[in-house]
Every structure is written in C-alpha cells, then in structure tokens.
Design a protein around this ligand. Sequence first.
Ligand code: RNT
Ligand code: ZN
Length: 414
Amino acid sequence: MSLIYDEAKKLYAGIGIDTDEAVKKLSEISLSIHCWQGDDVGGFESTGELTGGIQATGNYPGKARNMEELMADIDKTLSLVGGHHRINLHAIYADYSDGVVSRDKLEPKHFDKWIEFAKERGLGIDINPTLFSHPLAADGLTLSHPDEKVRRFWIDHCKAIRKIGAYIGEKLGTPCLNNIWIPDGYKETPADRTSPRARLKAALDEILSVKYDRRYLVDSVESKVFGIGVESYTVGSHEFYMNYAALNNCYCLLDNGHFHPTESVADKIPSMLLFSDKVALHVTRGVRWDSDHVVGYTDELKEIAKEIVIAGPEKVIIGLDYFDASINRIAAWVMGIRNMQKALLGAMLTPHEKLAKCQNDGNFTEMFVLSEEVKSCPVGAVWDKFCEINNVPAGVDWYNEVKEYENTVLAERK
Ligand code: RNT
Ligand code: ZN
C-alpha cells in the first residue's frame, strides 16, 4: 500500500501538492456528527412519531433505544473514522433518567452525561432545540404560530437550549453551536406571507436577546425551501434567515438538501463569507423529495469541499445531517463521515492557486484541461494513508467491523 502512496505522492508533487501536508491538515478538520442518525431522529423523550416535514424511512434492525446504546454506537462509529470530531445533539436526546421534562424546562444537568461522554473522548458538542415531534407542533407551526401561548412555549424552549449550549461550551472549552431549525410552513399557497415571518422575527429577537460569551455559545439559523406537508410556503426561507443572520450576530446555516435541486450550496459559501466570518453547514444528499439521504462521494459534495478548503476550513462549521433507517445505521454514519473527509482530502489535493491563475489570466482552456485531469488523480491512495496514520481501517475493511458489531451487539436489540 505504501508503494502506491509513494507513487501518488510523486505524482501530486509534480503538480505542486504536498500529500503529507494534506493528510495532516485533514486530521485537523472536525466534523459535527449528528446523533440522530443512530435512532431515526427518535430521541428519548417519547416514542411518538417523527413530524415536522421530515421522515426517516426503513426499519433496519438494531436501532439504538436509549442513551447507552446510542453512545455505544457513536463509539463504534468514531473508532472507524480518523480525526477529532464533535457530536451534534438535539434537545430530545436529554438525559431523562429522573423523568421526562417539558422542553421549556430542560436544564444543563440534563446534558451532563453527554458532557462526560464528550470529555472522555475529547469531543466537542453542538446542540439544537427540537421544534418538531411534539403536540404543540402538531399543526406544523412553532415560533411563527398565531397563538401567543404556543409561541411562548417554543421561545422558552429555545432559550432553555441556548442556556444549556453555553453551559456545555464552557464545560468543554469549545464553542457550542446552537442551531435553530423550525418546520413552520403551509401546504397551500398562503394568503398572508408576511405575518408568520414577522412573528418568527420577533420570536428570534427575544430568544437571541440573552447574551452569552461567544467562547461558549454561537448561534445559527437554518432555512428550508419546503418540507413534506408544507410544500407551498416555508416561514424560515433562505432570504429570511440570510438577512436575519447578517443583522443579528448569528450564523446562517446552509443545509444542501434545503434548496432547489439546481442551486449550489458550494456557490453560496464564498458569497456568504464575504459578509460573515463563518458559515455553518448541514451536509446531506437530496434525492427527489427527500433532503436527507446518506452523504455520498458526489460531485456536489466535492464542490462543497472545494469551497471549504479554499476559504479555509476554520471558516466553515461542518455538520452532517441525514437519517437513513433502511440500512445499518452505523454504516450510514461511517460512510457519510468518510465521504465528507475524502471530499475534503480531494479538495486539498487540487492545485487551486494554479487553477485560479488560469481563470484570472483568461486561460480557460488550461483551467478546464487541468481541472479535468485532477479528477482522476489517485486520491484513494492518499486516503488510505490518512486511514493508516489515524489507525482506522482503509478500503472497505471498516465494514467488516460494522458487520461484526451488528452480529454481536445490534442483534441483541430485539
Ligand atoms: C430538517 C433540517 C434539520 C433536521 C435536524 C434533525 O429539514 O435539516 O436540520 O434535519 O434538525
Ligand atoms: Zn439540516
């Protein structure tokens, strides 16, 4: 294997790229790993169904049923991917061992077990209020609800989660990203597009009026173009949040499954970064009506990775967001994480400066020729080196470990 790496190293050196350096840099990029892939966005609050215009389909056996199982599955996943990462939690993954608490009453102590878990493994934590799968979100409206009492409940929930996020960030010594996504929208063309957005704006103003040290907590807002059942209008649209974030000291979170299919999130990243020091991402794969298939090693992903690498990875808060219940859930996690990393590595192995010079010199032929050539350079050989250095299985060897875990651990979950 290292023979192949040595050849690849020489080849990349020929186009001015240091593969050792790329492998090292890749180890420094942390991804926020979404806990909700482990149990189909179920959480521990209730056994009710998933609502809010999102759906996990499939019933592959072995899903995590409680915090211990979810933690064990995250551990298995982490053992198969290189690098140091973060875990992304939703409010409904709180520790309810002393009884279920209403979402507006959640407290920092409900996340102590996760903090302990993260500390022991050197992980960061990000958090999300959960504004779906709840009786008060049954009509698909939360922070934009016309009923003041419903809005109050969700505002208080978001405030509780920000407080928890700041506590987590302080305990772990790394800023916790609190991301707000709401499902609010309408199935049919609305008569009034303005009032719901005005209510959402006022709700966010109140939620964010509580100030926290940015060393511990940062906030983002996530837009969406449509959801199942809310096809005609989404209150939290991209224009709404892009402007809101720009004016309110929070980040815009771009989920690449939340735009029209021909829109490119890769193209949005450098634009956003001219106006903000950071941008947050939910990396996913949209397929027709679904915005949440497992992240594949696609052209779309490679373009996103390219923009992250060109901008500087520290400017992009990378989170994963998908949930597939039709295949082994740990395999789904591992594939998505490894594909994201592989795409970042591919971007690091691309001579961006040279290509940019071609563009700026008007030398479009060479730019095209070179960028096409780079596509078939041996990224895989460098990827295997990354795995070797990080002590994780290269190639498909990781899958054997997942199968073993399925046969021994998951099979017991009946
Ligand atoms: C839904 C959004 C949101 C959720 C998670 C569970 O369309 O993408 O980010 O997927 O919060
Ligand atoms: Zn998302």
